[in-house]
Design a protein around this ligand. Sequence first.
Ligand code: NDP
Ligand SMILES: CC(C)=CCC[C@@H](C)[C@H]1CC[C@H]2C3=CC=C4C[C@@H](O)CC[C@]4(C)[C@H]3CC[C@]12C
Length: 523
Amino acid sequence: MGLFMHCLDAEPLTLPTYSFSQPSFLRVDRRVVNVPVHCLELELFCCRCTKIMKPPEWYDVVRYHIVPPVFLVVFTVAVQYLAHVGQEETTLTWRLAASTALGNSFSWGCVGLFSLWAVFWLQVPSGLVHGPSTLFGYRPPYQDNGVLYYWASLVGFVTMQAIYPDLSSDIFSNMPELLGTLNVVALTLCALLLLKGYFRPQHPEDKHPSRPLLYEFYTGLELHPRILGVDVKQLTNCRIGMMAWQVLILAFYLAGVKRHGFSAATLVNLLLQSVFVAKFFWWETGYFSTLDIILDRAGYYICWGCLVWVPCLYTFSSYYLVAHPPIVSTTTALLIALLGLLTILLNYRVDYEKQMFRRAPGGKCDLWGKPARFIMAQYKDSSGNVQTSKLLLSGFWGYARHLNYTFELLASLAWCLPGLGLGVWPFLYFIFLTCLLVHRTFRDEEKCALKYGHHWERYCREVPLRNEYGAFQIGYRGDAATFGKILSLTQALEVYREDRNKNGTVEDTQLQAPLKPNLNKAE
Ligand SMILES: NC(=O)C1=CN([C@@H]2O[C@H](COP(=O)(O)OP(=O)(O)OC[C@H]3O[C@@H](n4cnc5c(N)ncnc54)[C@H](OP(=O)(O)O)[C@@H]3O)[C@@H](O)[C@H]2O)C=CC1
Ligand SMILES: CC(C)=CCC[C@@H](C)[C@H]1CC[C@H]2C3=CC=C4C[C@@H](O)CC[C@]4(C)[C@H]3CC[C@]12C
């Protein structure tokens, strides 16, 4: 009958042992999921229907030997290419790209000053918060001064702009050099992190299997490395990457106004992203519980990504509009602004509901005017101790899974829309984010299915809709890796209602009692 039934039969045996370590390949009752390689207790996950399989050889070859070098080259080169595409240059030659790839004195000055500023704010004595505990029992400390840092950085930038009026235009015209410098800095940091992971790991007890060198460079080795007392991921992701995003779009806006005069569309593009970035700093402590921090190690993907990819691609719509002024009308711009503000607010609200609920003692809080309903989900930590976590069934999290991604995608579409009529370039970020979030939905659901086992199955049955490809898929079993049927929203709702009618609503069902699973629907 499948994993879910077996798990219900054998409750004490079914709690998966949860580990964030390097995944291997496992087939769980016709599902393929990634699981920790050393996680032998996983056989307890569902001892009667789980069998460990060796991954197909080609998969390992692709994952360990092909993806890292290809991504390293493609993304690193793409950054230099995009930096030139955003300018007016019509012919891009290798010679031109190479001439900017190592930066110039302006770019090294900017990157140096900005990095010191970010490091300084992580040293300023302020409130400390701790992230979730790792499997080896470490709770990383973070500086809780994100909002202050955000406003201080903006005031600092505006002051410098007042003293040096060409600052923004110079930033725009030196963007290829700035990205070249960031590239050198980020690649050096990734190499240092690799050496540190080998020779001076912060937590030698954090075991992970040895992999090909380029793979380790790409994914990183350490989960929470600190250099000179500073948490590397807070520095690269939150303080440099996110603040660079804000400062760069402001500089591009000012450079555009200087060239072409005021445009409502450009202002909307700036305002929406600024609200989004400001929201990030407001919510920074929530970010410490996300996949980037608890699952991804500090390597090329996360650190280079935040130091180079975010300043390049995430700002690209604004960058492009400097040399290619928008053609959308003021009225359209206002409508776009409304769409953007609404979706940013909704994205924040979805994240907030989860954060508020998780913080409420015993999960006791009201959502949408009613007491929150939830599943008490158990899992085993790496020491084999049973832990409890709560899965929300009310509010947005009771309506569909990952609605925060849906709203974030719509918000990003909104700030790209001022570039309507200028080709595909202004929409590059939206396209990238769609791919990133679809992939992330799979990764996150694999993680949850593995962590919570049948409790996650149950959550997926209660909340069968999930965001995917901007539409919704019925994913009863949280089986992200089966790539089930993609249904349109209407079809999905029909199946959803039909199933609810058959099984009764959650209110009809005792939440802690075994559900009658209707497992094969999604397959
Ligand atoms: N612009 C960008 O490039 C990106 C932006 N984002 C944004 O970042 C924010 C955070 O996203 P992200 O960290 O990816 O994912 P989520 O905030 O969606 O968190 C997912 C985690 O929440 C927990 N969870 C899942 N379902 C429930 C539930 N019903 N009740 C309670 N907890 C639940 C699980 O963790 P647990 O183990 O704790 O149970 C799960 O792993 C979002 O706003 C997203 O849009 C994300 C990716 C990229
Ligand atoms: C190799 C390559 C191109 C990697 C890029 C990946 C990273 C730069 C991104 C992966 C996940 C991204 C983020 C996750 C969640 C976020 C919260 C949101 O409120 C603001 C943006 C962000 C911090 C975002 C930043 C880029 C990533 C780390």
